[in-house]
Design a protein around this ligand. Structure first.
Ligand code: SME
Length: 160
């Protein structure tokens, strides 16, 4: 397949996800390397959804370690239970934060980050990695993001 992403910039958020997810599914269906796939997913989300920061943290021993991402440079290691990412890892569930200043222990990799959603991918009953998406606007994530990004995590889990 051609490595070209089709993005309709005038579409609403739901339409963008509807268009993007099958393209991501197609992209990762022809590749088995996890880092290659996570790299393309980060790029597809950055350019397809115009996110401020999007990337993965991978569970390595007792820490989350920065993986493929798109956006400003970020913290490289996060411990379990720390920040939004470490909380999503500990609870093994999606954490949606409308205002990062109101989340106790939020880790500010960038002072421009205002809201955030973090989702885990599970392998053999354990969190294997998390997806972190940051916005430079308050209240930028909602149930639509949760629904579609959780679908994306299922696609990733199938490749773990
Ligand atoms: N804000 C995150 C840290 C990761 S960066 O936002 C990329 C947190 O509180 O876990």
């Amino acid at each position: 397949m051609a490595e070209e992403l089709i993005v309709n910039t005038s579409a609403d958020k739901k339409e963008k996800y509807e268009s993007l997810l099958p393209q991501i599914e197609g992209l990762i269906s022809v590749e088995s390397d996890l880092i290659a796939n996570l790299s393309n997913i980060a790029a597809a989300l950055k350019f397809g959804m115009d996110f401020f920061w999007v990337g993965f943290y991978i569970v390595k021993d007792d820490e989350l370690v920065l993986g493929p991402f798109q956006g400003p440079i970020a913290c490289t290691r996060i411990r379990k239970g720390k920040g939004v990412c470490g909380t999503s890892w500990e609870k093994a569930e999606t954490v949606l934060v409308p205002n990062v200043d109101e989340f106790p222990g939020h880790i500010a990799c960038s002072s421009d980050s205002k809201s955030e959603i973090v989702l885990p991918a599970i392998k053999d009953g354990e969190v294997a990695l998390i997806l972190d998406v940051d916005s430079d606007k308050l209240n930028d994530f909602d149930e639509t993001d949760k629904v579609y990004l959780e679908r994306l995590m299922k696609l990733i889990e199938a490749k773990l």
